[in-house]
Write a protein that binds this ligand. Structure first.
Ligand SMILES: [Zn+2]
Length: 319
């Protein structure tokens, strides 16, 4: 069943998913907010993006809102590793307390920032290979519930575990959050383009890699099935990442699911353009804008990009 009401009820989502040209309302700005951090620090490679404490984040968001950014993807980074009941909920309350409905706050929901092992799942005791799916899904569901309770406008699960969208939907519905949409990281490839992000979110795995639960870039069928699975489980929006290496899948996935499909222009994609610019090999802003137009041409209905806050300077209108 398609939840058209849920994904159209909020005016920010209506603008995000409106058909038509590129607008600021279709760009989502990631923000990394670190609990207990005072001030901010640079993220290597991610020009114009920083890891911030809450106060610095509030100032940044205020300036972004003035520049027409409406959608944010929050990565809450807990001060300490360990599976707490609601890591980052205070950050959400502070942001929504300050900006209310001026912004639409999506919250990345995963275990890799809080898990001592840096993986997106919990493992069975004494095992570094057998995923404890039940415990993982329960924890993800309780994070989602806590985030919605703290004021999150949307939940964005990024772990890629089987069953997590259904588990999160069930917990949200049971606790009165039927109106909160789920934007699922539905087709997430194992990729060499995630480098700068892992430092920013403090989520580098302690051992192994994520090939057990991320998709091999050679496998088109897996890629389609992963998004269809999320659609079947009740996702409201689907998302592919990395962006540029997934554009061939946007229209096929939309055709199969009829759900809005967007892309995440990941840290390595953004940083590579910034580096070309810094070396004087290209015009960074022009290259960035070109990629956004390509995403749209390929069928992306929204774009998560570290450059959203530059959109205004690139001449993109709010709607
Ligand atoms: Zn993760």
């Amino acid at each position: 069943m398609k939840h058209l009401m849920r994904s159209r009820a909020n005016p920010h989502i209506r603008e995000l998913l409106a058909e038509g040209g590129l607008s600021l309302a279709k760009l989502i700005q990631p923000i990394f907010v670190v609990e207990a951090m005072s001030g901010e620090e640079d993220i290597v490679g991610l020009v114009d993006n920083r890891r911030m404490g809450v106060q610095a984040a509030l100032r940044q968001i205020e300036s972004d809102v003035k520049n027409g950014v409406r959608h944010f993807m929050l990565f809450p980074v807990p001060a300490q590793k360990g599976i707490a009941p609601d890591p980052g909920a205070d950050i959400i309350s502070a942001i929504k307390g300050a900006f209310a409905s001026d912004i639409h706050l999506w919250v990345d929901t995963c275990l890799c920032s809080s898990s001592p092992l840096g993986h997106c799942c919990l493992f069975q005791e004494d095992s570094q290979s057998k995923i404890d799916l039940e415990a993982t899904l329960n924890t993800l569901g309780s994070y989602a519930r806590a985030y919605a309770g703290a004021g999150a406008d949307g939940i964005a699960p990024s772990d890629m575990m089987d069953g997590r969208v259904a588990a999160i939907r069930a917990q949200l519905d049971q606790h009165g959050h039927q109106d909160i949409p789920i934007m699922s990281y539905s087709t997430k490839f194992s990729s060499a383009f995630y480098g700068p992000f892992r430092a920013a979110a403090d989520s580098t795995p302690n051992f192994g890699d994520r090939r057990q639960y991320q998709i091999d870039v050679r496998n088109r069928t897996d890629a389609l099935n992963a998004s269809m699975r999320c659609a079947d489980e009740g996702a409201d929006l689907l998302m592919l990442k990395p962006g540029m290496t997934s554009i061939d899948l946007l229209k096929p996935i939309f055709k199969k699911t009829s759900l809005p499909v967007g892309v995440y222009q990941v840290s390595g994609e953004y940083a590579s353009l910034a580096l070309l610019g810094r070396e004087g090999l290209t015009d960074f802003n022009a290259a960035l804008l070109e990629t956004w137009h390509v995403f749209q041409r390929a069928g992306a209905q929204y774009i998560i990009t570290y450059g959203a806050r530059k959109g205004h300077d690139l001449g993109i209108a709010l709607t």
